[in-house]
Design a protein around this ligand. Structure first.
Ligand code: AMP
Ligand code: ZN
Length: 142
């Protein structure tokens, strides 16, 4: 048996509370939610990183996440005040389950979830430095 927990969920060999299924992706509730209604959208196919996905599956992942984000704001079940979309690609980024997934996290006023992005903010690069890095990234994605 495949020892990837998300592959097991897709195959019906492990339990999940699904909110969406189609021929490319599935979405279900996170068992350790950051906030009530926290959803994971995953490709049915096993890949480790979202950027390893075929284009069509990557597009579907985001399309379904967008639709579910809207549902989270509409449904009386949770009625979110806002939504965060989050991806951890790689261990250094905090990935714990190595089957690609997109978190859809409903947010509520005063929910206590803090996104601390202060890490490097004190050292502001010059425009020249930004342009140099931008050019190199653009070159390698061309
Ligand atoms: P990440 O750090 O982005 O890899 O997050 C993995 C997420 O998967 C965590 O939020 C876990 O709570 C969640 N998770 C792990 N196992 C399961 C499972 N069997 N069913 C639903 N969610 C899970
Ligand atoms: Zn898998």
């Amino acid at each position: 048996m495949n020892d990837c927990i998300f592959c097991q969920i897709v195959a019906g060999e492990a339990p999940a509370s699904f909110v969406h299924r189609d021929e490319l992706v599935s979405a279900f509730l996170d068992i350790r939610p950051v906030t009530p209604g926290h959803i994971l959208v995953i490709p049915d196919e096993h890949v480790v990183h979202t950027h390893d996905l075929p284009e069509a599956t990557g597009e579907r992942l985001f399309a379904v996440a967008r639709r579910l984000a809207q549902s989270l704001r509409r449904t009386d079940a949770v009625r979110a005040d806002g939504v965060n979309l989050f991806v951890a690609d790689g261990e250094a980024a905090g990935q714990e389950v190595f089957h690609a997934h997109l978190h859809v996290i409903p947010r509520y006023q005063g929910d206590g979830f803090v996104v601390d992005a202060s890490a490097w903010r004190d050292t502001q690069p010059t425009r020249e430095e930004l342009d140099e890095v931008a050019g190199r990234i653009a070159q390698s994605s061309a």
